[in-house]
Ligand binder design. Structure first.
Ligand code: NAP
Length: 316
């Protein structure tokens, strides 16, 4: 039986872990269309669903809309569509200056998804030329129009989140979530106030890059020089050989703890640790094997002592 959690104060519930879908259609960072393509991501969707995952996260910019199109097709063919919680994101691009621009972007996302309503509509990042009150009012309008079930934000600071929470509350809409970078190798939400604000305001923290883009699987640690980390990811993440080596003790601790839980992998232990913080991790998978492995983080729990032991590794 998969654990379920609440999406803040919205009344929506979903599996305690979700699935990210940036990989589904993105060529530049993830190489979609090369070593993996539509068949592999369809199998990743099926494997996630078989393992009880009911929350899927996409964005209008992932693969320039391809991720939404693929996810929409998988969901529409799913016999249990009604149980699923589908999230997408609005990109606050500089040219989008009015509430009509929000409505047009949402309509385009819904068209690609092939849906009349999306469960969670998130603002992808906080930098926007639209005033925050205009933006939140435009989003609340879409909730009242029935095209959006819940509103979330992403990459918002604790302060911006509090302001957003207040603006939406004036329109009778609870802020559902703040999706931020959070993993055992990226602990910023703990010290920048975002995790505390989420707990205080009953806003779900959705943890992106929960495996630190694959580093927490331990698969890049087999080569001490770190040469196996793909170049683009090395540049993007800043994980050169020395920084990667510094994470080895954490990977070892994840391995040891995993062994004590019937052979859980470092990745599964790292995802379970995030759930124990109250976060909803959304690991991205390119294929069925990765999706099934990630879902193995569900259905068991780290002990309090293990959570504390892992939390002590604060590598910056
Ligand atoms: N809101 C935002 O600004 C934002 C930003 C980033 C991501 N996101 C969301 O968060 C999701 C997850 O973040 P992410 O994709 O950056 O990072 P992630 O989930 O930490 O890492 C995903 C990558 O790790 C590798 N991987 C995943 N599972 C694995 C497994 N079981 N075994 C071995 N390798 C595995 C795969 O890459 P390889 O096979 O190539 O190693 C995969 O593409 C995204 O899909 C997206 O929905 C949101």
């Amino acid at each position: 039986m998969t654990q379920t959690i609440a999406l803040g104060a919205t009344g929506i519930t979903m599996s305690a872990q979700g699935a990210g879908t940036w990989q589904w259609g993105d060529r530049r960072v993830w190489g979609y269309g090369g070593a993996y393509a539509q068949d592999e991501v369809a199998a990743a969707y099926a494997a996630s669903r078989n393992a009880g995952i009911t929350f899927f996260d996409t964005a209008e910019i992932y693969g320039s809309g391809v991720s939404e199109t693929l996810l929409g097709a998988f969901v529409r063919a799913d016999p249990e569509r009604e149980r699923l919680v589908i999230a997408t994101k609005y990109a606050p691009l500089p040219a989008r200056l009015t509430s009509q621009a929000v409505a047009r972007a949402l309509d385009a996302s819904l068209k690609r998804l092939g849906m009349e309503r999306v469960d969670l509509y998130q603002v992808h990042w906080p930098y926007s030329l639209i005033r925050l009150d205009t933006l939140m009012s435009a989003l609340a309008d879409q909730v009242h129009a029935g095209k959006v079930r819940a509103v979330g934000v992403s990459n918002y600071s604790a302060r911006a989140m509090r302001r957003t929470h207040e603006l939406l509350a004036r329109r009778g809409v609870p802020l559902a979530s703040n999706q931020v970078h959070y993993s055992l190798l990226h602990r910023q939400p703990e010290w920048n106030g975002v995790l505390a604000a989420c707990r205080e305001l009953n806003v779900r923290l959705i943890a992106y890059s929960p495996l630190e883009q694959g580093i927490l699987t331990g698969k890049f640690h087999t080569d001490a020089a770190g040469a196996r980390l793909p170049l683009l990811r090395r540049l993007q993440s800043g994980y050169g050989a020395a920084k990667l080596r510094a994470t080895l003790p954490l990977i070892e601790a994840l391995r040891v703890i995993g062994v004590a839980h019937d052979g859980k992998t470092p990745a599964q232990v790292a995802l379970n640790w995030l759930m124990r913080q109250g976060a909803l991790p959304i690991p991205g998978a390119k294929n069925a094997a990765q999706a099934a492995a990630n879902a193995g983080a569900l259905g068991w729990e780290l002990s309090d002592e293990e959570v504390v032991r892992l939390s002590k590794f604060d590598i910056r």
